[in-house]
Design a protein around this ligand. Structure first.
Ligand code: PLP
Length: 394
């Protein structure tokens, strides 16, 4: 099938574009010896896990299901080819009932508090796992998105310097720790990582010499144009050389940044009475911001759309909305050279990440198809939406 023959709505992930990102990440691993993992939270399209596992060191999970997906779709198939992949996990608090199964999948377990280490660390150690504790360097480097800032006051994510010092008692699990983990960035460059590392060293530096590894978390926008990779590599070497640590990074976005699309069809167009710089038109699409691209409303942001301009930049400006009955199910306002018509196809860009992992069937709206554009340009549908997607959740 070709791209233009795909049914809509459809997420299309482009293998060549993912590979381009993976090559950049692999280059960093080769030059520095750092270990890079896929954070599945951002991108869990497991059709590509074997490819990702060949370029990176493995994946990290936020809970039992992601850990299992990595075990089934990355670790196992690659083990059959003689390639070893790591399976890490971090969770703000583990459920007692899940923990035995998690130990069956994961090799690195990161805890969020001393209490979790005390409760579960011994079992993880007895199972031969590498154990980490997430720290909170209390160093906010992002302004725009407060909900993505784990360093905001009162954060539940990571142990602060004060709590670290109070909890570090013999017999309570400190001797179990192999590594420290921090995750504080979101779509940021390596200058913010450098600042964060300064804070990590200032607050936790005295504990680093006794660790085996440090995990820089995610939020590194490494595959974005203009990202300062040499500075990132200096940050990695600094931890390797000063403390003899293995360095892990676990980006999510960077793996599939700008590597996917969401194709939609215009169902209907309407006129509004609104006049801004001209008449504002409406178009109702077969894709929904609320259901298929929830970050558009949550973050919020306006996704790039192929062939469009800023509102009023081109002659025809439309507000694009979804087929739900939520008034605010608006993707954004875009301008076009020609009026839109029923049946026109629109291609939203950068739709691989935080899209299919977050979608939902609110209003009974069907999920999009998922397709893979292979390197030869051929498109293959890997998932069809079905009524059961909706019914089985309820
Ligand atoms: C979200 C998250 C990541 C991935 O973040 P990106 O912004 O997608 O790179 C990595 N590690 C942890 C602990 C996270 O919560």
């Amino acid at each position: 099938m070709t791209f233009s023959e795909l049914p809509t709505p459809c997420y299309v992930v482009d293998e060549a574009l993912v590979k381009r990102n993976l090559e950049i990440l692999h280059g960093i691993m080769e030059r520095t010896g750092a270990h890079i993992l896929l954070a599945q939270k951002a991108f869990s399209m497991y059709a590509l896990y074997p490819l990702i596992g060949r370029y990176l060191c493995g994946a990290t999970a936020s809970g039992l299901y992601e850990a299992r997906l990595c075990a089934e779709e990355m670790v196992k198939p690659l083990a059959q080819q003689g390639i070893r992949c790591e399976n890490h996990i971090f969770s703000p608090a583990y459920r007692e009932a899940d923990f035995a199964e998690i130990l069956g999948y994961c090799d690195h377990i990161v805890f969020n508090s001393w209490r979790q280490v005390e409760k579960l660390g011994g079992r993880a150690r007895a199972a031969g796992k590498s154990i980490g504790l997430r720290v909170n360097p209390e160093c906010s480097t992002q302004e725009g998105h407060a909900i993505y800032d784990p360093c905001a006051p009162g954060s539940r994510l990571g142990v602060t310097k004060k709590n670290f010092a109070e909890g570090i008692q013999p017999g309570k699990g400190v001797e179990l720790l192999d590594g420290l983990h921090f995750h504080t960035l979101c779509e940021q460059d390596s200058d913010d990582l450098e600042k964060t590392l300064d804070a990590v060293e200032e607050k936790f530096g005295e504990y680093l010499p006794r660790m085996k590894w440090i995990n820089f978390g995610g939020g590194h926008h490494i595959t974005r144009d203009g990202y300062d990779i040499p500075r990132l590599e200096r940050c990695i070497r600094r931890m390797q050389e000063k403390y003899g640590l293995e360095v892990y990074l676990e980006p999510g976005e960077a793996i599939a940044l700008n590597a996917g699309f969401l194709i939609a069809t215009v169902l209907e167009t309407q006129e509004t009475d609104l006049r801004m710089c001209g008449r504002l038109h409406l178009a109702i699409l077969d894709t929904s911001a609320a259901c298929h691209m929830p970050d558009v409303l949550e973050m919020p942001y306006r996704p790039p759309l192929q062939g469009s301009g800023e509102p009023w930049e081109k002659p025809c400006t439309y507000r694009l909305g979804g087929p739900t009955c939520l008034a605010g199910d608006i993707i954004g306002e875009y301008s076009f050279d020609q009026p839109l018509g029923e049946g026109d196809r629109l291609v939203f860009e950068d739709m691989a990440i935080y899209s299919m992992v977050k979608n939902n069937t609110f209003n009974g709206v069907p999920l999009p198809f998922i397709a893979l554009r292979q390197e030869d340009g051929h498109c293959r549908i890997v998932r069809q939406p079905v009524y059961e997607d909706f019914k089985s959740r309820l």
